[in-house]
Design a protein around this ligand. Structure first.
Ligand code: HEC
Ligand code: HEC
Ligand code: HEC
Ligand code: HEC
Ligand code: HEC
Ligand code: HEC
Ligand code: HEC
Ligand code: HEC
Ligand code: HEC
Ligand code: HEC
Length: 284
């Protein structure tokens, strides 16, 4: 019992010392940077006991002679390498940052703090999609198109599909390839089907955009143009259908077909398990 007590009190004492050290450093900085030091206490880093020095270095030299040149700064005018090294000294081993070195962001000198804020918010999180839209204006415009994944609505976030810190797959996707990614949320499209439509198995983005498109259902083009980019119309006209049936004996043919596009008849466009030629033609 007494030994345990001694150990415990030693632990408590060293924890106190640690706190005193942090508090002391922060107090010194607070004499001139009161507002930031005050805010720091309320942030995740502050609550985790990280003092100013752990990110900014500096210390006595800066206190004695305050200057931007004897302290580590973040933002414009400082190399990405120098800024990121500070953050990585603690976060470099995080699993989610495993592919940082090969990421497009690292390669293009994007800094951790171009997405994460440290002092502004209680949590150093990267606000999505806003932080991404600063640089990816083209994606912003896609996400605002008529048909879009509900990114702006906040139901899907960029990081549901991408790891902004890099990944093994291309496009910094959080999956081996595009289809594996889509199946995560659209499992019903995975199949396997008796009758497969080859482009579906190959790559969903042969027909769909990833962020947003002008045509309904996230399609890259309207029907019938979308279909006609691959299918040739010698036997089966892609031009508007008349009032009469265009296929010998096909009851479903007629104006309805025009109004609904190709998938008005070929309704199981992602694949079919129906027997016979209807299944093969994705009619059922
Ligand atoms: C005696 C007052 C004083 C103390 C104490 C002080 N600073 Fe400063 N600090 C300044 C001034 C003044 C500047 C602006 C210098 C300049 O513009 O070149 C500055 C600049 C900075 C900057 C750069 C700000 C920017 O615009 O990018 C950081 C970061 C910083 N201080 C952090 C600290 C930290 C951390 C401590 C505690 C170790 C600390 N300071 C202690 C006065 C002080
Ligand atoms: C986890 C890392 C980290 C810690 C800890 C930290 N800072 Fe900062 N500091 C930053 C980053 C990153 C920026 C750039 C702006 C931002 O992200 O909010 C910054 C910006 C600043 C600036 C200049 C920006 C401004 O608005 O004037 C000052 C001054 C500063 N910090 C002082 C401090 C002081 C004082 C402490 C301790 C109380 C501290 N920092 C603790 C990372 C940190
Ligand atoms: C001295 C070590 C240290 C440094 C340097 C540091 N952090 Fe942290 N960071 C922590 C700790 C401790 C936490 C609290 C949560 C945890 O344990 O991950 C944290 C939390 C975070 C989180 C939230 C993690 C979560 O799980 O939600 C982010 C994001 C983050 N830091 C980004 C940064 C950025 C960006 C920088 C550089 C400007 C930085 N950190 C510098 C230690 C550090
Ligand atoms: C392009 C924007 C972007 C950049 C650059 C970026 N991050 Fe992140 N980071 C995010 C987003 C978004 C999240 C939250 C989603 C997630 O967990 O994948 C996040 C999450 C994190 C987390 C929490 C991870 C966890 O375990 O939940 C940490 C820690 C972190 N980032 C640190 C860093 C550090 C360190 C750097 C620089 C080497 C960095 N980030 C660069 C956007 C970014
Ligand atoms: C539903 C999944 C999903 C969401 C959500 C998503 N993306 Fe993508 N993104 C993709 C796919 C799939 C690609 C194509 C990857 C490839 O084939 O290289 C892509 C490609 C990109 C590209 C490469 C350029 C291009 O146009 O092909 C960028 C940049 C990008 N996304 C940024 C973002 C940003 C920023 C957000 C959030 C505003 C976001 N993405 C949300 C799936 C998504
Ligand atoms: C400071 C600017 C900046 C910010 C902020 C930023 N990016 Fe990027 N991003 C880039 C640059 C530069 C590239 C590489 C060039 C390119 O492909 O556009 C890139 C590339 C990408 C790519 C890979 C594109 C490809 O060609 O495969 C994706 C995906 C991506 N960013 C997603 C995001 C997400 C998600 C966020 C927000 C969490 C984000 N970015 C925030 C600058 C930024
Ligand atoms: C993180 C989950 C997620 C991932 C991954 C995902 N989606 Fe979605 N998708 C959604 C949500 C949520 C909706 C909106 C559903 C709703 O509003 O009913 C949606 C809607 C759609 C729609 C219908 C749009 C409309 O206007 O009705 C299509 C098409 C689509 N996604 C294709 C894809 C493709 C292709 C991929 C792979 C590149 C993909 N999705 C990846 C979540 C996801
Ligand atoms: C050959 C073109 C094509 C390919 C490839 C394709 N789709 Fe579609 N998809 C369509 C068409 C056309 C519609 C609209 C159907 C309609 O309006 O009746 C659609 C609709 C959707 C919808 C919304 C309606 C529904 O059925 O839930 C989702 C989700 C979807 N596709 C996901 C996917 C996924 C995931 C992949 C890849 C596995 C994929 N699509 C590949 C053509 C395609
Ligand atoms: C990226 C190219 C591509 C696109 C776009 C595409 N298809 Fe296909 N489709 C194929 C291929 C390849 C086959 C396999 C049979 C073949 O070789 O003709 C096929 C097969 C079919 C079949 C079965 C044909 C048969 O002889 O059994 C139908 C029906 C069909 N597609 C309808 C459509 C419709 C409707 C659309 C538009 C919503 C569409 N396709 C878009 C490439 C495409
Ligand atoms: C009114 C219903 C209807 C509409 C609309 C329709 N199809 Fe068909 N399609 C059929 C039927 C029924 C068959 C089977 C014909 C047969 O067995 O000879 C067929 C066969 C096909 C085939 C197989 C080709 C072949 O020669 O066997 C393809 C590919 C196809 N359609 C694509 C399309 C595309 C692309 C569109 C839109 C431009 C479209 N269809 C619109 C009913 C329709």
């Amino acid at each position: 019992m007494p030994r345990m007590f001694v150990r415990l009190s030693m632990l408590a004492a060293s924890a106190l010392l640690l706190f005193a050290g942090t508090a002391l450093a922060n107090e010194k900085c607070a004499t001139c940077h009161a507002d930031i030091a005050g805010k720091h206490k309320t942030t995740l880093h502050g609550k985790a006991g990280k003092d100013c020095l752990s990110c900014h270095g500096g210390g006595d030299a800066h206190i004695a002679n305050p200057s931007k040149s004897n302290i580590i700064r973040f933002g414009k005018g400082v190399s990405a390498k120098e800024q990121n090294a500070q953050c990585q000294s603690c976060h470099g081993k995080n699993q989610k940052l495993m592919f940082w070195d090969s990421s497009y962001h690292k390669k293009n000198d994007v800094t951790c703090v171009s997405c994460h804020t440290v002092h502004k918010n209680p949590k150093p999180y990267a606000k999505q999609p806003e932080s991404c839209f600063q640089c990816h204006k083209d994606i912003k415009s896609q996400a605002n198109k008529f048909s879009h994944h509900p990114i702006i609505e906040g139901k899907v976030s960029c990081s549901d599909c991408h790891n902004p810190h890099g990944s093994l797959g291309h496009g910094m996707l959080k999956a081996e390839n595009v289809n594996q990614l889509c199946y995560k949320c659209h499992a019903d499209k995975r199949g396997p089907y008796v009758w497969e439509h080859p482009p579906v198995e190959e790559d969903c983005t042969k027909c769909h955009g990833s962020h947003g498109t002008k045509a309904a259902k996230l399609l890259k083009e309207k029907q019938p143009q979308l279909c006609q980019s691959c299918h040739d119309w010698s036997r089966h006209p892609g031009t508007p259908y008349g009032g009469q049936a265009v296929f010998g004996g096909s009851a479903s043919a007629g104006r309805g077909g025009l109004a609904r596009g190709c998938t008005g008849c070929h309704g199981t466009i992602h694949g079919s398990n129906a027997p016979g030629s209807n299944g093969k033609r994705f009619i059922r």
